[in-house]
Design a protein around this ligand. Structure first.
Ligand code: IMP
Length: 425
């Protein structure tokens, strides 16, 4: 039995889907523990590319139970589209189990997410507008009772919940945003049709997972977004509304921390970020453009160009601590194949003080002067490397520097999108 957690080390989009997919080969269960369709996980199998938003990457393995845990938020229409899309490509999705305790994203959450972003003007967060923040807000508010997946099993209950919610939401829509009120029955019908189709997947996911653990199953917990988008540990307020960190795997599934054997943080060989917020090593010039084009750094969910910059080892060291990382999966190393000299950030100077960790007062990050160290590039194609010793010496040294600075072993090195373009150490 083993429980392994896969967490984004930076600001999301690190390639967690690919690493989870590889671990899923020897897993019995894959669980998503937080977030919703703000995520975008790309998995390449042979000639086929799958872009998953909600459904765990384990779904591509028919014998793996794929669980969407209590801590996720589910856009039922989006979910159904994803199931239909997978089924059209021959993936049955019979192995999908959705927690009845997961909260449902309703049309008004998406609407309010967009209206809030507009109203924030220059202070906008740059959310994915998928209704994530408003849905988690209702969850923490508790009353009036928000809609959970359990409520999709009975139309009368669903109607009651929507009615209770709209009594408040319509005041907000009208008075705060000058938006017409929403009709209870229209919202109900919009949700009820897809809800009926996903009903067979709704279950007590917590019990299902605990039973599997009792049977000695190998479990992979798949985080979405990244450590510095965590609501508490991230660069607040430019974060998501859930807990992508390893601790979130306990919150979002109901397993205890001592059940976790391994925490793998997934890091790009450089850094990207989507949306607003601090980014100490951002390169808004030519280098950033080169990384963006070579790395195809455009959002899977929104298509937005990602902000790009060099590897920030301060971010990785802090991430390793926050997550209790036992290993790093380094992705997209091949994107750096053409660079002559590679700068990596090994410290910050903020108001004359030196830092080698991310201060919890993240407002200070707006004033960072990064301290760079120049590492030798390898200027060689690494896409065909299949073992660590195949990598050019300078690429091996790059990996060694990451291990040394973070005190964490690099266990996987990914040199391309395909499953076999992965060096396992
Ligand atoms: P939200 O999760 O849609 O509320 O967006 C909050 C912040 O998290 C924004 O900066 C988004 O760009 C960012 N974000 C959300 N999901 C992802 C993701 O999967 N990858 C990268 N950034 C994300």
């Amino acid at each position: 039995m083993s429980v392994r957690v896969v967490v984004g080390a930076q600001w999301g989009d690190e390639g967690k889907g690919k690493i989870t997919d590889i671990l899923a080969e020897s897993a019995d269960v894959v669980v998503r523990y937080q977030g919703g369709s703000n995520a975008g996980h790309t998995v390449v199998v042979g000639d086929s590319t799958y872009k998953l938003h909600l459904i765990p990457s384990g779904i591509l393995h028919p014998n793996v139970l794929s669980i969407m845990g209590d801590g996720t938020v589910i856009d039922v229409e989006g979910l159904l589209e994803e199931i239909d899309g997978l089924q059209a490509r021959g993936i049955a999705c019979d192995n999908l189990c959705i927690s009845g305790c997961a909260h449902v994203i309703l049309p008004y959450h998406k609407l309010i997410d967009g209206l809030q972003e507009e109203a924030r003007g220059k202070d906008s967060i740059g959310t994915t507008r998928r209704g994530i923040g408003p849905a988690y807000t209702d969850k923490t508010a508790r009353m009036p009772r928000p809609v959970r997946m359990w409520d999709l099993l009975c139309k009368d209950t669903l109607r009651q919940r929507i009615e209770g919610q709209l009594a408040q939401k319509n005041v907000i829509l009208r008075e705060l945003y000058g938006h017409p009120a929403l009709d209870v029955d229209e919202v109900l019908e919009e949700v009820w049709a897809p809800a009926q189709k996903v009903q067979p997947h709704i279950a007590d996911a917590r019990v299902a997972l605990l039973q599997k653990l009792d049977e000695g199953a190998n479990v992979v917990m798949e985080g979405a977004q990244g450590t510095f988008l965590d609501l508490d540990c991230g660069t607040f307020p430019f974060v998501t509304s859930s807990h992508p960190i390893a601790g979130g795997a306990c919150l979002g599934t109901g397993i205890g921390p001592t059940a976790i054997d391994e925490v793998l943080i997934v890091a790009k060989a450089y850094t990207t970020r989507v949306g607003a917020g601090a980014f100490p090593t951002e390169d808004e010039g030519e280098s950033g453009d080169i990384i963006r084009e070579r790395g195809h750094e455009y959002g899977t969910t929104t298509g937005r160009p990602r902000r790009c910059g060099w590897l920030d080892l301060v971010v990785l060291r802090t991430s390793a601590r926050i997550n209790g990382a036992t290993g790093i999966a380094l992705t997209l190393l091949d994107v750096l194949d053409t660079v002559e000299t590679i700068p990596v950030c090994v410290g910050y100077t903020i108001r004359g003080t030196k830092y080698d960790y991310i201060p919890s007062n993240v407002d200070l990050l707006e004033e960072v002067t990064p301290v760079f160290e120049e590492l030798e590039g390898w200027q060689q194609d690494t896409g065909g490397c299949r073992s660590f010793s195949d990598l050019p010496r300078a690429a091996q040294d790059y990996v060694a520097r990451i291990e040394q600075f973070t005190g964490t072993p690099v266990k996987f090195v990914s040199v391309g999108p395909a499953r076999d373009q992965t060096i396992v150490r």
